[in-house]
Design a protein around this ligand. Structure first.
Ligand code: SF4
Length: 82
């Protein structure tokens, strides 16, 4: 999963781009729900939030690093509950 760092300026452009609805406004800055983030696997070639973020504050979350296989599994599970 990806994460949003404290560099976030709350510009709001990433939230509508997320195909998994994993991004929301947190207490101070925008946050990504790691249970919903597939790094856009299953939807796009590149993570859409990373593409649009003007301050490049969305790295891979070091406490939620996942293989491509794991991200595909998560994508399929998320599609089942939709
Ligand atoms: Fe924050 Fe970047 Fe999202 Fe803007 S695009 S709200 S700066 S994480």
């Amino acid at each position: 999963a990806l994460m949003i760092t404290s560099e976030c300026i709350n510009c709001d452009v990433c939230e509508p781009e997320c195909p998994n609805e994993a991004i929301s406004m947190g207490e101070e800055i925008y946050v990504i729900d790691p249970a919903k983030c597939t790094e856009c696997v299953g939807h796009f070639d590149e993570p859409q939030c990373v593409q649009v973020c003007p301050v490049e504050c969305i790295p891979v979350d070091p406490s939620h690093t996942e293989s491509q296989d794991a991200l595909w599994t998560k994508y399929r599970r998320l599609m089942l509950v939709k």
